[in-house]
Write a protein that binds this ligand. Structure first.
Ligand SMILES: [Cu+2]
Length: 304
């Protein structure tokens, strides 16, 4: 990554914007900001967006988040097992690399759920969720073309299985923070609830997972009070469930236990839940019907 005078100046400006933002957030406290969309982005937004546009900004705005605790599997570390994530936001485009234990940019990946790379973005208040599949160039640089990002402090997660190096075959989630300049408008976390709605669908979650313990979560999808039974496979499952921890943005991917069979899925799906921390988690359930992807969100409280 070549640093020019321009990018250096931009980086300084970004740092200044981040400082201003921190003050803004502190001043706003928990005042309710009503009417703000929270969580689920429009279903089509940011997912499998074809093509990519290269902004003129280069690799400005690079931000190195806290490295997290050694050995953690909460997705908060930028480096784990010898693999390191580096990235920078340019407009709504996040460009990143993974460096392997040999010090070289990783170019070999094992597909998981049909994709070499699963990428997530979420703002520090757990709003603005995006899940997409970046494009990799021959030199190993990934480009994630995100939908528009609201100003604020974001965290970008790369979830992948290395195809080379000492960690070959072992799934990793690495992340870094990135600042989107501008005045951030905090979105309060919705209260814990057993249901969430999207596009006319209602998802209901049952189960009471305890922090750090394996458990099961059951999700039921309904529409107009009727069970939904025409779920289509999406990434080889009937639903994709990710969760982010309020406060520190720890990440969890809940693996489906319900196999994909012929015919439609639903209305009930089971997930293996292992949420490492107590407190509120924002859950994002993605499922597909009629060729359209839907993203429902709800807040789940996990007991200690
Ligand atoms: Cu994915």
């Amino acid at each position: 990554m070549t640093r020019t005078t321009t990018t250096t100046r931009r980086t300084l400006l970004t740092a200044a914007a981040a400082a201003a933002l921190a003050l803004t957030l502190a001043a706003c406290g928990s005042d309710a900001m009503s009417g703000m969309d929270h969580g689920a982005a429009p279903s089509a937004a940011g997912h499998d967006m074809p093509g990519m546009s290269h902004g003129p900004d280069g690799m400005a705005g690079m931000s190195h988040g806290p490295a997290g605790m050694a050995g953690s599997s909460d997705g908060l570390a930028a480096e784990q097992g010898g693999y390191r994530l580096d990235g920078a936001l340019a407009g709504a485009e996040y460009r990143f690399t993974v460096t392997g234990p040999d010090g070289k940019v990783l170019t070999s990946y094992q597909p998981e759920q049909t994709k070499e790379m699963h990428f997530y973005a979420i703002r520090s208040d757990l709003s603005g969720f995006q899940h997409l599949h970046p494009v990799r160039s021959a030199d190993g640089t990934w480009t994630a073309s995100l939908a528009a990002l609201q100003p604020g402090e974001w965290r970008m997660y790369a979830s992948f299985v290395p195809g080379a190096g000492s960690g070959r075959g072992t799934g990793l989630v690495l992340s870094r923070t990135a600042t989107v300049p501008g005045q951030a408008t905090p979105v309060p976390l919705p209260a814990a609830a057993t249901t969430g709605t999207v596009d006319g669908y209602t998802v209901t979650v049952a189960g009471a997972p305890k922090a750090g313990a394996a458990g099961e979560l059951t999700v039921t999808v309904s529409k107009d009070g009727q069970p939904v039974t025409d779920l289509e496979p999406y990434l080889e499952t009937y639903a994709h469930l990710t969760a982010f921890h309020a406060g520190d943005q720890a990440f969890a991917h809940l693996h489906p236990e319900t196999p994909v069979t012929t015919g439609g899925g639903g209305p009930t799906l089971s997930f293996h839940a292992e949420l490492p921390k107590a407190g509120d988690w924002r859950l994002f359930l993605q499922f597909q019907t009629g060729g359209a992807l839907h993203t429902a969100a709800l807040t789940l409280n996990v007991a200690a």
